[in-house]
Write a protein that binds this ligand. Sequence first.
Ligand SMILES: Cc1cc2nc3c(=O)[nH]c(=O)nc-3n(C[C@H](O)[C@H](O)[C@H](O)COP(=O)(O)OP(=O)(O)OC[C@H]3O[C@@H](n4cnc5c(N)ncnc54)[C@H](O)[C@@H]3O)c2cc1C
Length: 525
Amino acid sequence: MAERLYRLECQLFEAGTEAVPFFVVSAGQVEIVHPDGTAEALVTVHGPGQFTGEVQMLSGRRTLVRARASQTGEVIELDRERLLALVQTDSELSEIILRAFILRRVELIAHGFSDVVLIRSQHCAGTLQVKEFLTRNGHPYTYLDLDQDDDVQVVLDRFQVSVADVPVLICRGDMVLRNPDSREISDGLGLNVAVDQTQIRDLVIVGAGSAGLAAAVYAASEGLDVLVVETSAPGGQAGSSSKIENYLGFPTGISGQALAARAYTQAQKFGAQIVVARSATRLDCARRPYRIEAGEGLSVPTRSVIVATGAAYRKPQIDNLSRFEGTGVYYGATFMGAQLCVAEEVIVVGGGNSAGQAAVFLAQTARRVNILVRSDGLAQSMSRYLIRRIEGNPAIVLRTHTEIVALEGGNHLERVRWRDNRTGHSETHAIRHLVLMTGAVPGTQWLGGCMARDACGFIKTGSDLTQDELGAAHWPPGRPPHLLETSLPGVFAVGDVRSGSIKRVASAVGEGSIAIAFVHQVLQE
Ligand SMILES: Cc1cc2nc3c(=O)[nH]c(=O)nc-3n(C[C@H](O)[C@H](O)[C@H](O)COP(=O)(O)OP(=O)(O)OC[C@H]3O[C@@H](n4cnc5c(N)ncnc54)[C@H](O)[C@@H]3O)c2cc1C
């Protein structure tokens, strides 16, 4: 901690700088401004007793704003490590500081104080993915709409991009990303701070869904040195849920995005390092410490591993499916997706709880929601409370014994043909939105033959492992596997990726949290 005098107009930090210090103003005034080319917009002014910073301080990411003295004065300066130590040890200050950080990020997003402009089109599949990636990473953005903004051509000409390149991101006013994937966006915006690959971690968690984030919060808060690797953005499946109503403590429900954002901030507060837009591609399980490889030279040694890679929705065999993904075909009912279907007819395929929730949610804005199931009803697969809501909602039509056989359209899905699987009769409907919620496959492809799995590929753990499986995996004598431990000592599987797991947010969170108790035991062996 250092006290520092500063003069009028003195700059405390510039926008785009990583790991800026935290300043408490003890005298004078500090202006926070958002630079926009040669102009700048005033965001706020901090006076004596107030402090700088927002959530990016926790991760060490680049700041979006510039801080400058508007009066001669004095500040107390803390580097990021000291700030983290402070919020981890002083709960009163932690509440004040984190609340302010979170609300400030919300304000930055609301006012579009950002370092990135998205040039988008509703008719372009990639647009939704880019928006979701930015939103789920809590990164503010402004946008220009190819379909609506008259002056968009000026910007396209200036940056020499064509309509075919859309979606386009313009980062920090000069870097142009054409139809970027998550990795390019995260590199362009500096979402990841450098990973020290020489340091042997206590724990690497693969996957930042509910299970992985819970494990990260418990591990980091209990002093473990933890790295989380996430393919896309924090939140996993729960992050795409419009409203979770059965998670303890939220009687009116909470959106998956809000739950994930809170957990993400909480994990960072305790010092977990989270790398986004990087997929674990291999677990080197031949020797200990293990190594998690995540492509392009990223290889991290670790004493223990938690596999929390969840499951992804199964894609039915329908011609043209991939052609309409993002332009009529979706794998979740998010708020953004719902805006696209206002007053239109929608199909939800699937008979599970997530399909039921999607139907109820979409029925708030859509003209009609058709639920398609191959079986003769929902009783076997969906919770009774959801079935009752569906039955009581005149905007929802349940079509049993029905399967989709064809999708048609141009740039966007326009027609869907479905068939009655008893009679073979098929009919075509002019429906532009199809939400697929048809079961899941585990995220285990990257694990090779490292550990025992069940017939569907889900990872077996604890007492589910047979003596034969432990023998084949050369399980060392001395102790049986812990609860949630795989056939590899010190490697745990939690949440939906685990064989026999209950596919719920609460159980994923519970397993991620419990696993940390066993990680401690393994680290002491
Ligand atoms: C739309 C929807 C609504 C739902 N609603 C509810 C509800 O209301 N209540 C409820 O209890 N449950 C609900 N569920 C189920 C619940 O969300 C899941 O059971 C739970 O979130 C599973 O969490 P998880 O962390 O195990 O896996 P996931 O959420 O699947 O997270 C896994 C994470 O791992 C990442 N990953 C995968 N492979 C790799 C790799 N190789 N490297 C790095 N990262 C990787 C993924 O990108 C993902 O972020 C819903 C699910 C969906 C899809």
